[in-house]
Design a protein around this ligand. Structure first.
Ligand SMILES: Cc1cc2nc3c(=O)[nH]c(=O)nc-3n(C[C@H](O)[C@H](O)[C@H](O)COP(=O)(O)OP(=O)(O)OC[C@H]3O[C@@H](n4cnc5c(N)ncnc54)[C@H](O)[C@@H]3O)c2cc1C
Length: 472
């Protein structure tokens, strides 16, 4: 929330204008009447080189002398055609996607970061608008239209933004803006190839959702968002064009040029890199779909903060489950880890760490049967069954996180290139797929190591594939 002090007087017309503007836009401020406060008068004079000019505003530490409503709109992110309030959080990829869309289209909006303590008032508003679920971004337009986790196209239509057609032919179109795609773009741009990155959500991919990365060379420990912001910046420095909110649906080739179709646009490229990564696997048990986002989650970095001092369940037994379980145990009251196998498949480092953490308990050799909710639809727990004794029990908790592996995001390309039986893209040589001019890199590729460092390496390989193809 903005911190605003308005120094003014009741008789001053501009002060009344500025006050009405703030009030009409539901923006909280502190009013100090300079006629009644000697210190305030001195402060105003000090700000204005000895002159007593009102209204003088201090907004988030910066001073503004008699700003007009346009200036106030710009400073406070108020759109003059539409009043847009976005409730979101900096760690939330969908929030970043919507923010980037509004910013790219030069649309002012008020952004309320719900994680900040002073904005705790916003949580009940979001829950109220989303049937008890904390869904972000929740965007309110003109106090009237509520858009929850909207696609860019929904925002475009709601705000009547004209589409900008991109009809140039790029040397390469890179689909997916994670570590692999960003690296392919950095290398190709440095080779003087013109690249376009099309990203369905927000730049950064799965690494962006990772709390801490401790195995990316050069950084003993770095947060996923910080690392991915650096990669994005580097791609931009070398001239990559990036479009977020573009979900690639189909690729065709005509006269040697690839046509890449998203929901609303068509882009053209001489080569294509598929770096679409993979997505969280779901358990497929009763209650899961209904409770996703409202008790059942797949990303500890994204949603863990909602469970501070609460009891949670983690389902899974591999590296991700243990890594994220340990992270959650750092601030949750308790973490129950449910593993379908009798032993963890995670690396020894995690298993050793786990043993020393007091608020983690483990439930081995148990199958997850059903997520349970109370009469109000609030998450209540998970029913599990012992694989040997068949005995069932209910684990009560405030929420659950599922980390049981990933499925490749390749469904839209299955007609174009050869995938293996699990949907991963098969490649040879310089990241070449079964179609000439189409390359694949990162977690969507058969045999991928599923690590950030490996994905960047594969991005490099794909860039060499682009070079090789375009120079021949
Ligand atoms: C919970 C968790 C913890 C992890 N911890 C670590 C760690 O500590 N260290 C480590 O090295 N690795 C870690 N990893 C693995 C690492 O994040 C991945 O290996 C890496 O992100 C893979 O990069 P990528 O570019 O191949 O794919 P991704 O990062 O998955 O990026 C793919 C991108 O493509 C986009 N996309 C998908 N389909 C489309 C489409 N049709 N159109 C447009 N865009 C599309 C996606 O939105 C996504 O942004 C972790 C992963 C998870 C899930």
């Amino acid at each position: 929330m903005n911190n605003i002090t308005l120094y003014g007087a009741d008789w001053c017309p501009d002060c009344r204008r500025a006050k009405s503007f703030l009030q009409d836009n539901h923006i909280a401020y502190k009013f100090i009447d300079v006629d009644l406060d000697e210190q305030a008068t001195k402060k105003v004079e000090q700000i204005n080189n000895g002159k007593r000019i009102i209204p003088t505003l201090i907004i988030n530490g910066k001073t503004y002398t008699n700003p007009d409503n346009h200036e106030l709109s710009a400073v406070l992110g108020i759109n003059e055609d539409y009043r847009i309030v976005m409730y979101g959080a900096d760690w939330c990829p969908d929030c970043r996607k919507s923010k980037a869309f509004l910013e790219d289209n030069k649309i002012n909006f008020q952004y309320i970061e719900i994680d900040k303590e002073e904005n705790a008032w916003a949580i009940p508003i979001i829950k109220n608008l989303n049937n008890g679920k904390r869904k972000i971004p929740t965007i309110i337009i003109n106090d009237d239209l509520v858009l929850v986790e909207p696609e860019n196209e929904e925002l475009r239509q709601a705000l009547k933004i004209d589409e900008v057609k991109e009809d140039r032919i790029f040397d390469s179109i890179i689909i997916g803006g994670g570590a692999a795609g960003l690296t392919a773009s950095i290398y190709a741009q440095r080779d003087r190839f013109d690249t376009l990155i099309l990203e369905k959500k927000t730049i950064g991919g799965n690494a962006f959702l990772t709390e801490k990365i401790e195995n990316y060379p050069g950084f003993t420990s770095i947060s996923g968002p910080a690392l991915m912001d650096k990669m994005e910046e580097q791609a931009k420095v070398y001239g990559a064009t990036i479009k977020t909110g573009e979900d690639v649906k189909a690729i065709t080739k005509k006269n040697g040029i690839f046509q890449i179709k998203t929901k609303t646009n068509t882009y053209f490229g001489k080569t294509v890199v598929l770096s679409t990564g993979s997505t969280y696997r779901q358990l497929g048990i009763p209650g899961e779909q209904e409770l996703i986002g409202g008790g059942v989650h797949f990303c500890a970095t994204c949603d863990g903060a909602f469970y501070r001092d609460k009891d949670i369940i983690v389902v899974g037994g591999g590296n991700s489950a243990l890594e994220e379980g340990i992270f959650l145990a750092g601030f949750c009251k308790s973490v129950k880890i449910v593993n379908i196998l009798p032993a963890f498949s995670a690396s020894e480092t995690y298993i050793e760490k786990l043993e020393s953490i007091k608020n983690i308990s483990t439930y081995m050799n148990k199958t997850s049967l059903e997520f349970l909710a109370d009469d109000n639809g609030q998450f209540k727990g998970l029913k599990i069954k012992d694989n040997d004794t068949q005995e069932e029990e209910v684990l009560t908790a405030d929420g659950a996180f599922i980390f049981i592996g990933l499925i490749p995001n390749t469904d839209n390309f299955k007609e174009l290139i050869t995938l293996n039986e699990r949907g991963f893209i098969q490649t040879t040589g310089l990241a070449e797929t079964s179609m000439s001019g189409v390359f694949a890199a990162g977690d969507c590729r058969e045999g991928a190591i599923a690590q950030v460092a490996a994905a960047t390496g594969e991005g490099v390989l794909a860039s060499y594939g682009i070079r090789n193809y375009l120079k021949n």
